[in-house]
Design a protein around this ligand. Structure first.
Ligand SMILES: [Zn+2]
Length: 418
């Protein structure tokens, strides 16, 4: 740990905070940049509450724009989870919300990854091993370094992409891109991304449907974008979501597409959540200010055959199509609904825009893909916790696999003439 000060956080209905040396596995993530003063009252602990929503659409917008760290929205139960500071607990009460303490599965006392999960280093070894099994159809590429690498701090922190296709005419085939690990604390998506790569490579020549996909599509998978943040999680900072630049930037609010709602006619307070450095959706100092985001944007630019991007997050069970900041239909809404009806609806995922299912978002990678490159920019939330036991990841994969293969199949559908 390179922190000048650290905090021990005790789990319970009340949160105790005291300055001390860092020798506990219960150490929360605190801002990394020693030039920033840590505001004790704003530090969130392992204190998670389940908030009862009266009017979910209105309440979710209200809470997200007030900078609450929201996750695990349950549509039928009308509840959402939030990790809160003591200030935020008071704020919730004053806003009239009812809430109960809850436990976020496998977070309290965490000291790294759970059994079964791959570390960043193990993920890279696994990708190399898969390529070695069939180099004729697979290759691993360095698509850029992380913030820490650009600062000379962590020379090995590289974002890796694996390409899977019969190589001769790969760049002329309809392309798709699957992204995981944009948010460090979300453990299931990188595992599912590697399972997807493994299935495509090891079943090639055995399973006729997969052989057909690899022969006729250009498939790209970036299993772990936020490598710096992920390594923090591996060190025990289970709540780390953002990268490690200053107090952290939310990579999925930093893309160059209506960054911080620029150019959109939206309520003024929508900007607030994205502008607060300590917030979990802090959007950075400028569009694509973060090297991780630049790397993904450059990847889109060098792949003119891309037709479809799926960015996988956790948790909740939802499938998103563009655009994140509006409920208004876009010309392709019927097409996206059709894709949803033929895929994730069958496993009871909710489908819609981020705005219609959760709260407004902008400058996300899926909106960027749609708005800037006019390709299918899709997102999803999988699972029911940030840190599911590995057996749950296996179950998730079994459910998701046919639907992810379906997305590869329909990636030959151009959105519109470019
Ligand atoms: Zn996420």
């Amino acid at each position: 740990m390179k922190l000048k000060s650290s905090l021990i956080l005790l789990v319970g209905s009340m949160v105790s905070i005291s300055a001390c040396t860092n020798n506990s596995s219960n150490v929360s993530n605190v801002p990394q940049d020693s030039s920033n003063q840590v505001n004790i009252s704003s530090v969130r602990a392992d204190h998670v509450v389940q908030i009862k929503l009266k009017n979910p659409a209105k309440d979710l917008i209200s809470l997200s724009t007030k900078n609450f760290d929201l996750f695990g929205y349950k549509v039928k139960q009308k509840t959402v989870n939030a990790r809160i500071s003591t200030d935020e607990q008071n704020k919730l009460t004053s806003l009239g919300f009812k809430f109960n303490d809850t436990l976020e599965q496998n977070v309290a006392g965490s000291s790294g990854l759970l059994p079964g999960y791959m570390s960043y280093a193990q993920m890279k070894s696994k990708l190399d091993m898969l390529v070695a099994q069939n180099p004729a159809i697979a290759a691993v590429t360095n698509i850029g370094g992380t913030w820490e690498k650009t600062q000379g701090k962590s020379p090995n922190n590289i974002i890796w992409s694996i390409n899977i296709s019969s190589k001769k005419t790969a760049d002329k085939k309809p392309g798709s891109l699957f992204i995981g690990g944009m948010h460090a604390r979300e453990l299931a998506p990188p595992e599912i991304m590697v399972k997807l790569a493994e299935t495509l490579i090891t079943q090639y020549g055995k399973d006729p449907a997969i052989t057909q996909l690899v022969d006729t599509r250009d498939i790209n998978i970036i299993p772990m974008v936020n490598v710096d943040g992920r390594i923090q999680v591996e060190k025990g900072n289970a709540w780390q979501r953002k990268n490690t630049h200053g107090q952290g930037v939310d990579l999925n609010r930093n893309f160059d597409s209506h960054w911080n709602y620029a150019g959109l006619n939206v309520p003024a307070d929508w900007h607030d959540g994205d502008s607060n450095q300590s917030g979990e959706t802090y959007s950075g100092t400028a569009p694509a200010s973060e090297p991780e985001v630049k790397a993904i944007q450059d990847f889109y630019a060098t792949k003119p055959n891309l037709n479809l991007v799926l960015d996988m997050h956790s948790y909740g069970e939802m499938f998103f199509w563009p655009v994140g900041y509006s409920n208004d239909a876009i010309p392709e809404t019927a097409m996206f609904k059709n894709i949803y009806n033929n895929s994730f609806k069958n496993i009871n995922y909710q489908g819609g825009t981020s705005m219609s299912l959760l709260y407004p978002t902008t400058a996300t990678t899926d909106d960027y893909a749609y708005v800037k490159h006019h390709i299918m920019g899709l997102g999803m939330e999988v699972g029911q916790s940030f840190r599911p036991n590995y057996s749950e990841v296996e179950t998730m994969w079994t459910q998701l696999k046919p639907n992810l293969l379906y997305l590869i199949k329909v990636s030959n559908t151009p959105v519109a003439a470019r």
